[in-house]
Design a protein. Structure first.
Length: 96
């Protein structure tokens, strides 16, 4: 989980986004996701999270794919897959 969090944080930094915004925008763009729950401990965090819902611009498809690749490599061991290459853009199974 630590390695996945580091990779997600790296992708967020490369995209110029806070990690929470990256996560919420990714969730909003996933087919089949009907809601995204937020948990905050301050008004500042709530304001940051709301930015993700106010932005209308979608995350680029290549960034969505990179996030999916991290997920596929780091989900439950029975479902994980290290054979998800960058050139397999959009291929592979995300859902368990």
């Amino acid at each position: 989980a630590t390695e996945a969090t580091r990779r997600y944080a790296g992708l967020a930094k490369e995209a110029g986004l806070p990690l929470a915004e990256l996560a919420l925008r990714w969730a909003r763009q996933r087919p089949g996701v009907t809601s995204a729950l937020v948990g905050t401990s301050s008004l500042e965090q709530l304001d940051q999270d709301l930015v993700a819902f106010r932005r209308e611009k979608r995350l680029p498809e290549d960034l969505m794919w990179e996030i999916d690749r991290v997920h596929m490599r780091n989900r439950l061991p029975i479902f994980s897959s290290a054979s998800v290459a960058r050139e397999q853009f959009g291929e592979g199974e995300i859902g368990e």
